[in-house]
Design a binder for this molecule. Structure first.
Ligand SMILES: Cc1cc2nc3c(=O)[nH]c(=O)nc-3n(C[C@H](O)[C@H](O)[C@H](O)COP(=O)(O)O)c2cc1C
Length: 324
């Protein structure tokens, strides 16, 4: 399945595994890349830039295929040393980066100046156009369905993807809510040249998280998410559990401030959930696509299934419709 995106990235299938805090490690990134997709290591999961260098080296021992690194740029009073993480990525010879978040210009400039292709992930057409102007090579447009930060506009993929495709000239992949071949065909029909998936890849054999969390994603359905941080203009979509329910309930108080929820939402607690399988230890980031996840396959089986299903839909179901 060739698109402008697969040609640009030198990969077999137009399927990307987006950056995921605590999950985007070498095990998962290499499994996705070995299956013909594009795996991503998540830079900030590594405590220091040197740890990131080692993780990239480790991934290289697990795959000969192209893989990328996600660099998430968060507004913060004490930000991580972004320039040093960026240098670690460039020095390591990684050829593609997924940037996400605020003000990516200096990162895009440096990556591009050093021959690294940039996929910029964003949640609004206006941000996609500004990333295109900044020199990004690919836009990953992330709809309201997605796990993580869907932005504040609440535009689902069915509108956001074609609205972006009407204006963005560089290749674009669609993100948020994708988990099967039907979604891939829909994304292609809406004007994207591939898909990016997060939650679906958490429920795979190689995802480095506790089996109970994978089963939790399988047992959940499309209603099993909460929107948090809305009040603080930094909306996040996470799985519904006792912690995210409590965050929602505290946030509904008129006088609630971030300090009231801070103890519940720490990254360390989320990590504990993922690693120990204690579903209610912290936030578990997951999207509405949980409603389409029914098993825990290997990445290879998942990607083969998505491509096979997509090809059947295109060649059989849609071709039959066009003959009517
Ligand atoms: C557990 C988890 C952690 C995530 N962490 C990040 C992150 O650190 N940076 C980022 O850009 N996106 C992050 N995301 C978002 C994904 O990269 C991707 O954009 C999103 O999951 C797509 O929506 P989907 O889950 O419906 O496939 C995360 C998603 C999940 C499920």
């Amino acid at each position: 399945m060739r698109t402008r995106f697969t040609d640009l990235m030198g990969i077999r299938y137009p399927i990307v595994q987006g950056g995921m805090m605590w999950v985007g490690r070498a095990e998962l990134a290499s499994a996705v890349s070995n299956a013909g997709g594009l795996g991503m290591i998540t830079a900030l999961t590594q405590p220091t830039p040197d740890d990131l260098r080692r993780e990239i080296d480790r991934c290289r021992t697990m795959t000969d295929m192209p893989f990328g690194v996600n660099l998430t740029i968060l507004p913060s009073v004490s930000p991580p040393p972004y320039a040093e993480y960026r240098k670690a990525i460039i020095d390591s010879g990684v050829k593609v980066v997924e940037t996400a978040g605020y003000k990516p210009q200096e990162h895009i400039d440096d990556f591009k100046g050093n021959g690294v292709k940039v996929i910029h992930k964003c949640t609004a057409v206006r941000h996609a156009l500004s990333a295109e102007r900044m020199g990004a090579d690919v836009i990953s447009i992330d709809g309201f369905e997605c796990a993580g930060h869907p932005g504040e506009d609440d535009i689902p993929g069915l509108i956001l993807i074609p609205a972006a495709a009407d204006k963005v000239k560089i290749p674009m992949i669609a993100s948020g809510g994708f988990g099967d071949g039907r979604g891939l065909v829909a994304a292609l029909a809406l004007g994207a040249e591939g898909i990016n998936m997060g939650t679906r890849f958490c429920a795979t054999a190689e995802a480095p998280i506790h089996p109970r969390i994978k089963q939790f994603l399988v047992d959940n359905d499309e209603r099993s998410t909460n929107l948090i941080f809305r009040k603080f203009n930094n909306t996040g979509r996470v799985a519904k559990n006792s912690v995210s329910d409590e965050v929602v309930s505290i946030s509904q108080r008129e006088d609630a401030v971030f300090e009231d929820i801070r103890p519940l939402v720490s990254g360390a607690k989320g990590r504990t959930s993922l690693e120990t399988g204690d579903i209610d230890a912290g936030l578990v980031w997951a999207g509405q696509v949980q409603g389409l996840i029914h098993d825990i396959p290997t990445c290879d089986a998942l990607i083969v299934r998505i491509i096979t299903e997509a090809q059947e839909i295109i060649k059989d179901r849609l071709a039959r419709l066009s003959r009517i």
